[in-house]
Design a protein around this ligand. Structure first.
Ligand SMILES: *[C@@H]1O[C@H](CO)[C@@H](O)[C@H](O)[C@H]1NC(C)=O
Ligand SMILES: *[C@@H]1O[C@H](CO)[C@@H](O)[C@H](O)[C@H]1NC(C)=O
Ligand SMILES: *[C@@H]1O[C@H](CO)[C@@H](O)[C@H](O)[C@H]1NC(C)=O
Ligand SMILES: *[C@@H]1O[C@H](CO)[C@@H](O)[C@H](O)[C@H]1NC(C)=O
Ligand SMILES: *[C@@H]1O[C@H](CO)[C@@H](O)[C@H](O)[C@H]1NC(C)=O
Ligand SMILES: *[C@@H]1O[C@H](CO)[C@@H](O)[C@H](O)[C@H]1NC(C)=O
Ligand SMILES: *[C@@H]1O[C@H](CO)[C@@H](O)[C@H](O)[C@H]1NC(C)=O
Ligand SMILES: *[C@@H]1O[C@H](CO)[C@@H](O)[C@H](O)[C@H]1NC(C)=O
Length: 515
């Protein structure tokens, strides 16, 4: 009893207190290691959120405003090779897929203005330059394609009064407007003077006037867009980073019957909210798409410089009909009938022209639409599907293939002799692939760091803390045990009869440890 009390007194002596302090400190270090394990990812996320946020002068802002990338658009045109037989003899239309006609793009955001509420507005500039070496043809190639302005006008007059249809037929006769036009690829894309649009411009009352007298599938797209886009910088709410707040001052579309379908909360396809998971659904908005397009995780791929990326692609029922995807009901405000499965009706965004979008080669649509024409090979997902590869931690698109086919839904109209023999058909005009093959080294370098460094740093830091804590703890415990043993043997030695423990035999008197 007496010995133990003495021992306790000794243990709490100054020297031993020092080692108790070391024990406490090493336990603290180990706990810190645990905290690192638990919270390190959150700290890294805070740093990433800060880094990606668009702020004047930051690197991500520079990349966003003037991307150091080389996007390209590849255009494929369905040249109609039997237009006369089709019209006069009822033959199946035969098309010849021409292309790619490749344009290299240069993107820059103009008129950038930051707002106090964490948004930024700008006008997108895209400059397209034809690249002959990458193309399988020239811009001067002559193609035969359906006359979109004319067939739109006739399809729209389907339910008009008979005399109007007859009047339309004679006007078209006088102006020598035919259901197929022969134009160059450059004209089809960038615009040619269309007699019907010119006429409309002259006679239609000002309010209903079409804005142009030229027609082209990419008319007015070369240059700075007039559309002002306001998007979230991530400063106020990182979960909205890169998403559209307003498009031309409007916070939602007005074409459809529900808020969900009218939503504009999509990205332009280059940046997405960071920290994406395999469960995330991302959205892209494009004016010509006339809606936001959802994309879901498909697989993990190796992007530029072997940095892993999540491949996001539209769900298979994205353009499904109401049976296949009931959520699409609100996209059909004047239906039924609605667009068939695999098509999306963009009529409301295209001056009421009967334009239906689909994926190239009618991917995801009933095969009967493809086989209604000769010359279109069966769709191949790898060549024809739409996807974006996103670096999930930072939400940056690393490569993308936005593939869309433009079709004209032609309907047979009696009384207009030019199209009286034209069957109800969904006629493909062209498809394009707008995309990005990869990012430059300067961008992937940082992404590589963001993905590989944090886990290593976390493991290393936690490892160092654990080892340091454990070593200190062991030393301290060993010292305490040894100190205690020594004290007890010293204390017991004088009266002790048994052999002293050899361990303590050569320990000098006194409490000073040899160190
Ligand atoms: C497109 O088809 C027409 C025949 O309808 C043909 O004259 C023309 O050469 C074709 N264009 C190209 C680039 O092959
Ligand atoms: C019209 O079709 C018939 C068979 O249906 C064919 O024999 C004839 O050659 C075709 N005429 C033209 C101009 O293609
Ligand atoms: C960014 O800051 C610079 C210098 O302070 C200024 O000249 C420029 O107008 C700012 N840009 C934007 C988009 O606010
Ligand atoms: C932020 O401010 C801009 C300009 O004042 C405004 O157009 C936009 O609607 C605002 N956005 C939000 C989310 O408040
Ligand atoms: C687009 O505009 C630029 C100049 O602004 C011009 O050099 C280029 O040829 C144009 N591209 C097309 C396809 O017209
Ligand atoms: C993803 O979704 C699945 C099934 O809906 C769910 O079990 C899982 O917990 C989700 N994971 C995350 C990270 O949200
Ligand atoms: C496309 O939408 C327009 C306007 O809502 C409608 O009049 C037209 O019938 C639709 N076309 C198809 C093929 O669903
Ligand atoms: C495709 O359409 C045809 C005729 O319209 C129909 O009989 C067939 O069941 C459809 N196929 C699928 C897979 O929906």
């Amino acid at each position: 009893m007496k010995g133990r009390e003495k021992l306790c007194a000794k243990l709490s002596s100054a020297f031993l207190r020092k080692w108790w302090f070391v024990v406490a400190a090493s336990v603290g270090i180990i706990l810190f290691g645990v905290i690192v394990i638990i919270f390190f990812s959150s700290w890294v996320n805070l740093v990433i959120n800060h880094e990606v946020t668009l702020r004047n002068g930051s690197q991500s802002f520079g990349w966003w405003a003037k991307p150091p990338v080389v996007p390209m658009i590849k255009v494929y045109i369905y040249n109609v090779t039997n237009a006369d037989e089709f019209l006069n003899n009822g033959s199946k239309p035969v098309v010849d897929e021409l292309g790619p006609y490749v344009y290299v793009e240069k993107w820059e955001k103009k008129n950038i203005k930051f707002h106090d509420n964490g948004t930024v507005s700008f006008n997108q500039e895209k400059i397209y330059t034809f690249d002959e070496s990458l193309s399988a043809g020239l811009e001067d190639d002559v193609v035969v394609v359906p006359n979109i302005p004319m067939l739109s006008a006739t399809s729209q007059s389907k339910h008009a009064a008979r005399f109007l249809r007859l009047a339309m037929a004679s006007i078209m006769d006088i102006l020598k407007i035919k259901p197929f036009v022969e134009v160059s690829v450059g004209q089809l894309l960038w615009g040619y003077e269309d007699p019907l649009l010119k006429l409309a411009k002259d006679v239609v009352p000002k309010e209903q006037k079409l804005p142009y007298e030229e027609f082209g599938l990419m008319y007015n797209k070369n240059g700075t867009s007039k559309d002002t886009v306001t998007l979230f910088t991530g400063a106020a709410d990182i979960t909205k980073y890169g998403l559209i707040d307003k498009f031309n001052g409007q916070s939602h579309l007005t074409h459809y019957t529900s808020d969900k379908c009218n939503s504009l909360m999509g990205s332009d396809g280059s940046i997405f909210p960071p920290h994406l998971t395999k469960n995330s659904t991302i959205y892209v908005y494009d004016k010509d798409l006339c809606r936001i397009l959802p994309l879901v995780y498909e697989k993990t791929v190796k992007g530029s410089d072997d940095i892993p990326a999540f491949r996001f692609t539209p769900p298979l029922n994205v353009f499904g009909d109401v049976d296949e995807n009931p959520e699409n009901l609100c996209f059909c405000p004047h239906g039924p009938p609605c667009a068939p499965s695999g098509f999306f009706n963009v009529s409301l965004c295209q001056y009421d022209s009967p334009i239906l979008l689909s994926f190239p080669h009618f991917y995801l649509a009933n095969d009967s639409y493809r086989t209604a024409l000769d010359g279109i090979t069966p769709p191949e997902p790898e060549k024809h599907k739409f996807y974006i590869d996103v670096q999930p931690v930072m939400g940056t698109a690393m490569s993308a293939k936005a593939r869309v086919q433009i079709n004209l839904a032609v309907s047979q109209v009696v009384d207009i002799k030019q199209v009286a023999t034209f069957p109800d058909i969904i006629f493909p005009i062209m498809w394009f692939e707008e995309g990005l093959d990869g990012l430059p080294k300067e961008m992937t370098g940082l992404m590589g760091l963001a993905t590989t460094v944090p886990p290593i740093a976390r493991a290393a830091l936690a490892g160092v803390l654990f080892v340091m804590g454990a070593v200190l703890l062991l030393i301290a415990v060993w010292r305490l045990v040894r100190g205690a043993n020594r004290l007890s043997s010293l204390h017991l030695a004088p009266g002790h009869v048994g052999p002293p423990t050899n361990k303590n035999k050569d320990v000098p008197m006194g409490n000073v440890p040899r160190n």
